[in-house]
Structures are given as structure tokens and as C-alpha cells.
Design a protein around this ligand. Structure first.
Ligand code: PXL
Length: 294
């Protein structure tokens, strides 16, 4: 993980994600979370959807690959500089090539590159993708310093099931080290069911070969967009200067709080978590930090 050569007074993140009108995911949650954490988001929309793809049908989908090229040309001509590149839901293989060009043209390897390989959950690919996304994502993540797959995405990337029981910790560590062999030195795997009544994230710092584990109570409901919120909080905390273990733990605790809060309102899950109500707590003091070392 790198946090060097900070360029801007307010750290600036290029966020290359889709904009979905309904459902609180991707740019609709990334921008408010990072802004509230004191980070400027420069949005590079990858696609425009009427809703996200989880739990909705008949959504519109407009690929913005051509516009992304225009953004890069224009930003380059303006001499803009960025402290972090963060991508998630990608609309096509072509978009990955465009983003790779961005990383090169803006020397992002010297800054921070966070790729959330968004393509699957609960053991299956999202409806917008075919198996081709797996190989393409393996190639794309080699540019990242940090990746944040959920357990399903991590398993697809590995080509085998990631162990997920607390008595398999040695095996889990081996598998996560293998993910780091793809290129990114920092790996954060989310949504791991290590214990029946918990959801766990494991953060691996490959430069120091250290593992950190953050858990939260399991709540029996799933809300789309929580992965985007997790990676946004973690990235924001890293850009605030916090170390990986703290950043991943803050993300875990914030998402857990958002889910617990939302569950009480019994809203339609596909609408996502009630971010507007819970967002002010994203900068809560660090009193509740309680990651474990494994
Ligand atoms: O939160 C991930 C995500 C982002 N963007 C779109 C999605 C999803 C998950 O379903 O459909 C369009």
C-alpha cells in the first residue's frame, strides 16, 4: 500500500464507477461518504443505469466508455493531478483498458490505486456479467495496490473456494497470500462467514505479511451497495493517513452500523442502507477500534 506524494490540499480521488439512479450504490454512495470524510471525489462515470442490477429488472444501461476517454484527454490537458484512483463496477473490458491508460497517463502507480472487483456475491456472478469478467478482472487487478473482493469474488479470482471457517485460518492466509501474487500487495476480503453469528473482513498487508481481522454481528438481511460503502470508508480513512488495520476496521464498523440501523426500519432491501441518516457518524472517534491480529 502506498500513500506518498500527496498532491492536493484536500486529497483527491478519481472514482471510476457507474451511476445508478435508484438503489444507493456506486457513485451515489461513494461521493457522499468520501466527501463527508474530507476527500474530494472526481467522478469518472463508467455507465449510467436507471437502477442497480441487484433485485431490479428492465433497468436501462448506457455505457460511457467514449466519455471516459474524453475525460482523460480533458483532465490531462488541464494538468490535473490525483492522490488516488478507485474503481468498482466496470461496464466492459474496453473500460478496463481505458482505465489502465488513465493509470499510466496520470502516473497513478506512484499514488494509491484501489480496485474493488465488483462482479459477484453470494456465490454467483451479478446478472450483468458472464464468466469472461473473471479473467478480465484478474488482469485488471494486477495494477492495484489494494483490492477489496467479497468472499465470492475472491473465490472466483482464485479459481477455488476461499475457506471461510475460523478453524481454517492457516489455509485462509495461504489463499489470501495467493491473491496478493496477482499483483496487489494489500488484500481486504469482506463478508466472510468465519463464525455463524458474525460477518468478518480480513485485511492483509503483504508488504509486512500481517493479517488483521474485523468482525461485526450478522444481521439477516442483505443490502446492495454496502461493498461500495465499505471500500469508500476504508479508502477515505487511508487518505486521512490511517493504517490499514484501522481503516478496514472503521469500514467494517460503519457498514455494520448502517445495516443494523436500516434493518430496524424494515425497508425494501434493494433500496440499500439508509445512508442519509447514518452518514454523519462516518467520522466517529476511533474509540471502537477492535480489530484482531491473526
Ligand atoms: O454495489 C455494487 C454494484 C454497483 N453497480 C451496479 C450494481 C452493483 C451491484 O449489484 O448492480 C450497477
Amino acid at each position: 500500500m502506498k500513500l506518498k506524494n500527496k498532491t492536493n490540499v484536500i486529497p483527491r480521488v478519481v472514482a471510476a464507477h457507474d451511476m445508478s439512479g435508484i438503489g444507493r450504490c456506486s457513485l451515489s454512495v461513494i461521493i457522499p461518504v468520501l466527501s463527508t470524510m474530507g476527500i474530494q471525489v472526481c467522478a469518472m462515470p463508467t455507465a449510467l443505469l436507471s437502477t442497480h442490477t441487484g433485485g431490479f429488472t428492465d433497468y436501462t444501461f448506457h455505457d460511457l466508455a467514449g466519455d471516459m476517454e474524453g475525460f482523460i484527454r480533458h483532465w490531462k490537458s488541464l494538468g490535473e493531478e490525483f492522490d488516488c484512483f478507485y474503481s468498482g463496477f466496470v461496464g466492459s473490458g474496453e473500460q478496463m483498458e481505458i482505465m489502465e491508460r488513465f493509470l499510466h497517463d496520470f502516473s497513478m502507480d506512484e499514488k494509491l490505486i484501489v480496485i474493488d472487483p465488483v462482479f459477484a456475491d453470494n456465490g454467483v456472478l451479478y446478472s450483468a456479467f458472464t464468466e469472461e469478467i473473471i479473467g478480465a478482472m484478474r488482469g485488471f487487478i494486477r495494477h492495484a495496490h489494494i483490492i477489496t473482493p467479497n468472499i465470492t469474488e475472491a473465490s472466483y479470482l482464485l479459481g477455488e473456494d476461499l475457506c471461510a471457517k475460523s478453524n481454517d485460518l492457516d489455509q485462509i492466509k495461504k489463499q489470501i497470500r495467493r491473491l496478493a501474487d496477482f499483483g496487489p500487495k494489500t488484500i481486504v476480503v469482506t463478508s466472510m462467514p468465519l463464525e455463524d453469528d458474525k460477518k468478518t473482513a480480513i485485511a492483509y498487508d503483504g508488504e509486512q505479511d500481517r493479517f488483521f481481522l474485523s468482525s461485526s454481528d450478522y444481521i439477516p438481511e442483505q443490502y446492495p451497495g454496502t461493498g461500495d460503502i465499505f471500500t469508500s470508508v476504508m479508502t477515505g480513512a487511508l487518505l486521512q493517513g490511517e493504517p490499514l488495520a484501522v481503516a478496514a476496521d472503521r469500514a467494517t464498523q460503519f457498514v455494520a452500523r448502517a445495516i443494523r440501523f436500516t434493518y430496524a426500519y424494515n425497508t425494501t432491501p434493494r433500496e440499500g442502507v439508509l445512508l442519509e441518516k447514518i452518514l454523519p457518524t462516518v467520522n466517529d472517534p476511533l474509540g471502537s477500534i477492535n480489530y484482531k491480529i491473526i
